[in-house]
Design a protein around this ligand. Structure first.
Ligand code: G4P
Length: 531
């Protein structure tokens, strides 16, 4: 294997997803601990400090105690180079999560053992399923009262339509939590309260028939139910099937307690064993091999003002093939420009370090002078690539937005355009009108708050917002349609996006149906695939 192949081969890039409070932040911290990226997980003082140290940048996030932005963390462990893509927990930012998932090769789904699947887990899972990437499930908080593991697995299988394969099995829960039984290695990992913090867990190799040792470890009652449970899962559960895992049809399930650092290390080890090196991506119908030495990447996220002191904008790109070299010039397909990527960096917690090289599977952030948009391709000159665009979500909430101070036209225009370019909002306008009043569409209403906050703090513009009653948006895709001639309900509105595409805003599904029925030849699309 060449040096390049070896570097790519040892990379693993995954996104971590969960409903808020299931334990995503805690699990991430413990994973980083194994890579030595955080000195001692026990030294992290409390969630508030930890969170802000790792992934929160915006003041607003601090005020609301939610994570809006996603971040990328890289660490080395047992010869692997691991990239974790953190995703915002709040549902109003699921579009951001969606884009982040586009950059990952697998996903880790954290579930609270007492709650099971929650709304946000459901939504995120659907996105993973669309991409058919492997999904690993970590069922967390076994040190608390939990639902029956059978119930939890059944719920996953039933709701998500996938198989599950419990890699380990919990022994009791809450006060009675004694540890887990590792089904593949046939050993018991014993849980002790004092493992809170960074201690390693003691593992006892133990045959399930060895009553005496087992009784000594977990007591007779739990031993009996463990034996019964394992007999049942062995007999009635799915078989271990690596191919099915790797195409997302079977989810390996791990039980543990992230807070107590219990079950995290075995999880990481199995995860590395079962996942593959960076997956190929598709450009114009062609599959691009990640081991192809020529560099190529796509932009999946743009983030402004991550660092207040710099007031900058960072474009995050996922490297799809080859090796990135800092000094080299690359081709930005969408603008047709050749350029050196400014200040390429990798992020670790709130620190950034400028890097000289990176490989397929890695995420790099480059300083964006306002050139890049989400979905853009950057590659070695002459490669003629264009990675498939990232479709934008159809917004579900709309508001008309105008500036209060009429003098601030330039700032308003610049701010709203830039924020839209980052993909944080979508903007539209009435035909033949400019920037006096902008119609803003968002997937989650909190995005309006982010818009107001950012326009005020970053661009010095106060805005007035008038919520609009529309709930649906459709792009007009039939070429011959003349929007002004359409027969639509009186509450349907014709607008344009800033690329000049025509759209219709509707207040209800029946208005969409009406438009389609009354206008022969009209075709409407729910998604706009970004070019
Ligand atoms: P999130 O990123 O998914 O939103 O969840 P986060 O890790 O912030 O965890 C949410 C809460 O659950 C935190 O408690 C955290 O300490 C707790 N937690 C995480 N894993 C476990 C676990 O294995 N067992 C138990 N018992 N609790 C767990 P908090 O009270 O909100 O914060 P803190 O005061 O503990 O820091």
């Amino acid at each position: 294997m060449t040096g390049l192949e070896n570097e790519i081969n040892r990379r693993r890039t995954f996104a971590i997803i969960s409903h808020p409070d299931a334990g995503k932040t805690t699990l991430t911290e413990k994973l980083l601990l194994y890579g030595g990226a955080i000195q001692l997980a026990g030294s992290v003082k409390g969630k508030a400090t930890a969170r802000h140290a790792v992934s929160d940048w915006m003041e607003l996030e601090k005020q609301r105690g939610i994570s809006i932005t996603s971040s990328v963390m890289q660490f080395e462990y047992r010869g692997y180079c691991i990239n974790i893509l953190d995703t915002p927990g709040h549902q109003d930012f699921s579009e951001d999560t969606y884009r982040t998932l586009m950059a990952a090769d697998s996903a880790v789904m954290v579930i609270d053992a007492a709650k099971g699947i929650e709304p946000q887990t459901r939504k995120l899972f659907k996105i993973c399923a669309m991409r058919k990437i492997p999904i690993f499930t970590f069922i967390n908080k076994l040190d608390r009262e939990a639902r029956s593991p059978f119930d939890l697995l059944e719920e996953l299988e039933h709701e998500f339509g996938i198989g599950t394969y419990p890699m380990n099995w919990p022994i009791g829960c809450g006060q009675d939590f004694k540890g887990v039984y590792d089904r593949k290695e046939e050993k018991i990992l014993a849980f002790h309260e004092f493992h809170r913090g960074q201690d390693k867990i003691s593992a006892v190799t133990c045959n399930l028939d060895d009553k005496e040792t087992l009784d000594g470890l977990i007591g007779q009652k739990l031993r009996v139910s463990l034996q019964e449970d394992i007999e049942l899962v062995d007999g009635a559960g799915y078989d271990y099937d690596l191919d099915a895992i790797q195409c997302g049809a079977l989810s390996p399930v791990f039980f543990g307690s992230a807070l107590n650092n219990f079950g995290v290390e075995p999880f990481l080890n199995w995860f590395l064993e079962m996942t593959v090196s960076p997956l190929p991506r598709v450009s114009k119908g062609n599959v691009i091999d990640p081991f192809n030495p020529a560099f190529s990447a796509f932009v999946f996220k743009i983030q402004a003002n991550m660092n207040k002191a710099h007031r900058d904008r960072i474009a995050f790109m996922r490297i799809c093939s080859g090796k990135f070299v800092r000094e080299k010039e690359y081709y930005h397909v969408q603008s047709g420009k050749t350029l050196r990527l400014p200040q390429p960096q990798q992020l670790m917690a709130s620190d950034r370090s400028v890097i000289d090289e990176a490989y397929a599977g890695d995420i790099i952030g480059v300083f964006d002078p306002g050139l890049f948009s989400i979905g853009d391709t950057i590659c070695e000159s002459g490669m003629a690539l264009q990675y498939d665009g990232i479709p934008s979500f159809a917004p579900e909430h709309f508001a008309a937005v105008e500036r209060i101070d009429t003098m601030k036209r330039k700032q308003f225009e610049k701010g709203i355009l830039q924020i839209a370019q980052e993909g944080a909002i979508q903007i539209f306008h009435e035909p033949y009108s400019g920037f006096e009043e902008v119609i803003v569409g968002v997937v989650g209403v909190l995005q309006f708050e982010v818009l107001e906050y950012r326009l005020r703090t970053e661009y010095g513009v106060e805005i007035r917002r008038r919520d609009l009653p529309y709930e649906m948006i459709r792009w007009i895709t039939s070429e011959k349609t003349v929007p002004s001639d359409l027969n639509v309900t009186s509450d349907t509105k014709w607008v344009q996006d800033y690329k000049g595409n025509n759209l219709l805003l509707f207040t209800a599904q029946w208005c969409v149906d009406w438009a389609l029925q009354k206008n022969t030849g009209l075709s409407l699309a729910e998604f706009n695939s970004q070019e």
